[in-house]
Design a protein around this ligand. Sequence first.
Ligand code: CA
Length: 224
Amino acid sequence: MRLLLVEDDIELATGLRADLVKAGFAVDTCDNGIDAEHLGDTEPYDAVVLDLGLPAKPGIDVLRAWRQRDNRVPVIVLTARDAWYERVDGFREGADDYLGKPFHIEELIARIRALIHRRHGQAVNSINAGGLHLDEDLQQVRLADGEMRELTGTEFRMLRYMMLNAGRILSKSTLSEHVYDQDSDRDSNLIEVYVRRLREKIGASMILTKRGQGYVFVDGSSRS
Ligand code: CA
């Protein structure tokens, strides 16, 4: 899952980014409204954390512009503490959730997860697909027979994206766009390497290869 973090307080942004990366997200950052609007329209983010007080263009105007162009990326707005009118404005312009500053990083992570799960039709507190259960706190996967498997950071990001999109064909470029941030070297051969490693951990039959198209994580209904 790849996030855009829009925050002009550089110290805050740096800290948040580190925490979000540790929580298993690929994170791009941006410190002004103009660049944020462009990135949000051109990169396939799974969610955006949007501060409202931004240089160049206010966050609320960025959000309005996205929604007017039918850009439906899930957005959590960061509002001033107790500024109820900012929350109202945010929802009115199409925000999915809000968080008042200052906040605890755990709450932001929980809200991002809930938003992404809802968007993919999953229960809010866990990810289940194909008989597998993904633990986002421990970044481990539980197999159908109950055995737990450890995952590296990249394996976790990739498996989460695949499980949330179970049954859909995912091209290598789609996978790399959602698993790596903008500054990463996106080598599609790496995706093959990680698919192979995931197959070793969760069972080769869980991930099908669709020649020339990509991969499919096999959910319960598509297995006969
Ligand atoms: Ca600000």
